[in-house]
Design a protein around this ligand. Sequence first.
Ligand code: TXA
Ligand code: MG
Length: 342
Amino acid sequence: METLWLDPKVNNDAMGIAANLLKAGEVVGMPTETVYGLAANALDGKAVSKIFAAKGRPQDNPLIVHIADFSEVSLLCSALPQKAKLLADAFWPGPLTMILPKSEKIPDEVSAGLDTVGIRLPSHRVARALIRAAGVPLAAPSANLSGRPSTTTAEHVKSDMNGKIAAIIDGGECTVGVESTVISLAGDTPRLLRPGGITLEQLRSVLGTVEIDHALYETIGADEKVSSPGMKYRHYAPKAAVTVVCGAPEKTAEYILKNAKKEDGILCFDEFAKIFTNATVLSYGGMHDLEKQAKTIFDKLRTFDAYDVPQIFAQCPDESGIGLAVSNRLKKAAGFRLISVK
Ligand code: TXA
Ligand code: MG
C-alpha cells in the first residue's frame, strides 16, 4: 500500500482526503498534543482491526476512543460518573483518558473484550478537525510498531508505518511528548493506570483520593491479570538494552561515568552531557526541565537505534509532575532494569 503524506499547511484538501479515507474504513496517522496516533473509525470493527495489523499489536490490548465534543460520551458509555464530569471540566480537551463503562456501540475490537472503554478528547486542532470531518469517533493507539518508542513527529510515524497505512497527516512536533494519562473511573476509587500529560497532582487536586496501579512500579508477568492490558508488554524499547539509574543527578552521573564503556549509549540531562567524553551521549533536557524531557524522550530513544550501541544507561528524572510519566516510560523501556544510587 502506498502511504499518502498529507500536510494541511501545504495542501488545502489534506483534511478532506484523510476524512474520506477514514470514512472508507482506512487507517490514518494523525497528530495529537501527546503523541501521533493511528486512527480508524471506532464504530467499525473491521477498520479497527487494520490498526492491530499495522502495529503488530496483541489482540487483547484495547484502544482509546477519541472524540471532538463532550456530548459524544453519552453515546459511547453506559454510565457517566460524577467524577468523570469533574475531570472533563478540569482537563478536557487535553491529555487525559478516562476508562468508563462502555455502551453497546463500542465494537469488541476496540475494547478487546472488556466491558469498559477509554475515552479522550484531545486538544490538538488537527485531531479535533479530523474527528469532526470524519463524522465518527476515532480509535487510536500510539502510531509506533508495537513495543517501539512512541512517535512524536510525522517522520517517526513514516519510519514505522510507511506502506502499512493509507495516509499520514503531518502536524509538526507533538507539544506534550508523552501519552495521555489513563485513569479508571470504572471502580469505586479512581485508579491511575498510566501517568501522562495530566499529572497525578492535578488529578488529586480535583478528585482527592487517586489510587496508583502497582503496574507503574514493576514488571507484570505475562499471565498475570492486569487492569490495563497494555501494562504487561515491554514498551517504548529501543534496540539496545536500557538500564535506568535513579537517584540525585550528580550521583547517577557519577555511577554512569564509572560503569559505561566507550561503545555504550548514555541518555543524560543537558548539564552532564560534557562530562561523558567516551561514549555515545544524547541529552534530553535540563535536569529540572521536566516538560522538555517529556517532549524529547521518545525521539532520543529512537535516535539511539541509529548508533550501534549494545546498551544504554539513562539518568532517571525527578518523579514530580510530568516527570512521573517520563520516568515510567524510561523504566518500561528498560523492562524495569533499575539501579538506585545513594
Ligand atoms: O496520548 C495517548 O493516549 C495516545 C494518543 C494517540 O491519543 N494514545 C495511546 O494509545 O497512547 P495506546 O493504545 O498506545 O495506549 C493506550 C493505553 C494502553 O496501555 C491500553 O491498554 C490502555 O490505554 N487502555 C485502553 N483502553 C482501556 C480499557 N478499556 N481499560 C484499561 N486500559 C485501557
Ligand atoms: Mg502505545
